[in-house]
Design a protein around this ligand. Structure first.
Ligand SMILES: [Ca+2]
Ligand SMILES: [Ca+2]
Ligand SMILES: [Ca+2]
Length: 280
C-alpha cells in the first residue's frame, strides 16, 4: 500500500523512488490510474471500513498516543499525490458532488447545491475555500497546503469572502447567504452540520504540515486574531465541534474518494475522531 510520490524530498527517498521506477512500479507514476476505484464514482462503496484500515493504512500508528501518534500519522499521511491548483476544481466536482444531483456540488458553509459549471469568481459562482486560511502560514496556492483538498471545499464567492481568514469560534451575527452560520469581527462559526468537518480539516492540516518541507508548521491554538501566524483557533472549540458532529457517511465517502482517486492519503480524524483528544 505504501507509495512514494516525492522523489525530491531526500536523496534516500529519491533513490527508493528511482528504484521503483526502474522496477516498473505503477505506484511511482502520477495518479493517472486510480488504484482501487477505476470504475468511477458511481461504484464507490459506502465507506471504507475502519477495521480494515487499521490493519493496513494505520498499522504504524496503532497503539500510539500523544506526540508519538502525531508523528506516526504525519509519516503515513505525508505519502500522497499533490494536486495542482487548477486540478483542485476537478477534484472538488467529484468529492463534493451533491448526492441528489450529479450536476451540482454542495457548498460547505451555505449548504446550497450549485451547478458544477458555476466555478469561478463572480457573484453567484462558487470558488475554492481554504478552510485553513491561506494567510495563516502564507502558503498560497502552489502545490502543498494550498492545493490540499482535504481542507479545500466549494463555497459561494460572497460567503467565502465573509469568512475571509477568520479563526473559528462560537458566536456572532447571522451570515448573509449561509443559514445557521455566525460571524463577528474576529471569528466564524459554521452551521452545525459541518462543525465537526471543519474541526477535522484543521486537525488534519496540523498533522500533515510539520515544517519539514518548504511550508510552515501549521498548528491549532486557542486564540482568535491569529493573522498571518501559522496557527488556527480556537482549539478548545474545534475539539468540542469534533465531538458534537461526528463523521457521517458523506464526510467518510469524501475521505475515501480523496484516498482512492486523488491524493492517496486520508484524514485520520475522520477515521478515528478520538485521536484528536489523544494528540491535543
Ligand atoms: Ca469572535
Ligand atoms: Ca458533519
Ligand atoms: Ca503541524
Amino acid at each position: 500500500m505504501s507509495r512514494r510520490h516525492h522523489p525530491a524530498v531526500r536523496p534516500v527517498l529519491a533513490l527508493c523512488a528511482a528504484t521503483a521506477v526502474l522496477a516498473g512500479s505503477a505506484a511511482a507514476a502520477p495518479a493517472a490510474t486510480p488504484p482501487a476505484a477505476a470504475s468511477g464514482t458511481a461504484a464507490v462503496p459506502a465507506t471504507t471500513g475502519t477495521a480494515a484500515l487499521d490493519d493496513t493504512y494505520y498499522e504504524g500508528a496503532l497503539g500510539k498516543t500523544g506526540p508519538a501518534l502525531k508523528s506516526a500519522l504525519h509519516s503515513i499521511i505525508s505519502d500522497q499525490t499533490k494536486l495542482s491548483y487548477s486540478g483542485v476544481w476537478e477534484a472538488l466536482k467529484v468529492t463534493d458532488q451533491d448526492p441528489r444531483n450529479s450536476a451540482n456540488v454542495i457548498l460547505l458553509y451555505s449548504g446550497a447545491s450549485r451547478a458544477k459549471s458555476k466555478n469561478g469568481g463572480a457573484v453567484g459562482d462558487w470558488n475554492r475555500e481554504h478552510v485553513w486560511a491561506q494567510s495563516h502560514g502564507d502558503f498560497g496556492t502552489s502545490q502543498g497546503p494550498g492545493t490540499d483538498v482535504h481542507h479545500l471545499r466549494p463555497e459561494d464567492v460572497q460567503v467565502n469572502g465573509i469568512r475571509g481568514n477568520k479563526d473559528f469560534d462560537n458566536g456572532g451575527s447571522p451570515v448573509s447567504g449561509a443559514p445557521g452560520n455566525l460571524t463577528d469581527s474576529d471569528s466564524y462559526e459554521p452551521r452545525d452540520a459541518v462543525k465537526g468537518d471543519v474541526a477535522r480539516m484543521i486537525l488534519y492540516m496540523a498533522v500533515r504540515y510539520e515544517g519539514n518541507d518548504s511550508f510552515a508548521d501549521l498548528e491549532p491554538n486557542d486564540r482568535v486574531n491569529n493573522g498571518s501566524a501559522p496557527a488556527m483557533g480556537r482549539l478548545s472549540v474545534l475539539k468540542q465541534w469534533n465531538d458534537e458532529d461526528p463523521p457521517d457517511t458523506i464526510e467518510k465517502r469524501r475521505n475515501d474518494l480523496i484516498f482512492s482517486q486523488f491524493q492517496h492519503n486520508r484524514n485520520p480524524f475522520i477515521d478515528h475522531p478520538e485521536w484528536a483528544e489523544s494528540i491535543w
